[in-house]
Design a protein around this ligand. Structure first.
Ligand code: SPD
Length: 279
């Protein structure tokens, strides 16, 4: 049988990975951090026993979190990432020549240090002069006044523990205040089927803050149910109009994202329409 890691979701569903060996098991001030080498997906990061990302499947998540926002926002000079400690999100942002400054605010420095050591296959350009790492609380950071951002991306974990506050109306209000005119917010919004209530709550809460809110969808093999959602929010940007020059630049290097997928990802299955129409 060997060694297995199972993520249990609310005592209802288990997703298991066959583990070759543990590379790190540590308790940070915020959470339990595990990095394991697995048979199906290679080196994998787990926080509080929930799968976050793996070397083999990370592009499904990071490309889809980043590129719908970065191809459509009018300007992408200044980009803020809340969370994203493994670096996959900043790597995708830094692919754009137009990006001048990326600030990543990650609450748990131990996560980033662990990923720098054990997840080198992510090829994160940690030394890119455009990138600033700020280890602290993203919620507090956004409450401070400061220069506006063209794009804000929330790459947090599930709405329990340290990431809970990233799913609230006051937090989305503070994102809106710090966005430039025509700015775009994009975030991960949980599993539309398995975590339907969380997904619906995120979309509806965002709709109370932003006039344009569009969930979109994609597979993430390592997450329970495999089917995941993201949400795009803005005051004025058309989510279906990516800029031709950015698309051409980015789809040539992506393993998942392309212009057809951009359009298709925003199509809502009927069960999603029903869930969002109800209550
Ligand atoms: N169920 C896990 C959701 C985690 C989303 N964030 C993952 C971080 C990858 N950069």
């Amino acid at each position: 049988m060997g060694l297995w890691f199972d993520e249990t979701f609310k005592d209802k569903v288990r997703l298991g990975l066959h583990v070759k060996r543990s590379l790190l098991h540590a308790q940070s001030p915020y959470q339990i951090i595990d990095i394991v080498d697995t048979v199906p997906y290679g080196v994998t990061l787990l926080l509080d026993n929930a799968m976050m990302t793996s070397v083999a499947d990370e592009y499904f998540y990071h490309e889809m979190l980043v590129h719908p926002a970065l191809t459509t926002a009018p300007s992408i000079k200044r980009v803020l990432v809340i969370g994203g400690g493994d670096g996959g999100t900043v790597r995708e942002i830094l692919r754009y020549r137009e990006v001048e400054q990326v600030i990543m605010v990650e609450i748990d420095q131990m996560v980033t240090e662990a990923c720098k050591t054990h997840m080198t296959a992510f090829n994160v350009p940690w030394n890119d002069p455009r990138l600033t790492l700020n280890f602290g609380d993203g919620i507090a950071y956004l409450q401070e006044p400061g220069e506006p951002f063209d794009v804000i991306l929330i790459d947090g974990s599930d709405p329990v523990g340290p990431a809970e506050g990233l799913f609230t109306s006051p937090f989305y209000e503070s994102c809106k205040r710090r966005l430039a005119k025509g700015g775009v917010l994009a975030l991960q919004s949980e599993a539309p089927f398995l975590m339907r209530d969380d997904f619906v709550r995120v979309v509806k809460t965002l709709r109370g803050v932003f006039p344009r809110v569009h969930p979109y969808f994609g597979p993430v093999p390592i997450y329970p149910s495999g089917s995941w959602s993201f949400t795009f929010a803005s005051t004025s940007v058309d989510h279906l109009l990516p800029r031709a020059e950015r698309l051409a630049q980015i789809e040539a290097v992506c393993r998942c994202y392309n212009r057809d997928l951009h359009q298709a990802a925003f199509v809502q299955p009927n069960y999603v329409r029903t869930a969002l129409a109800g209550s």
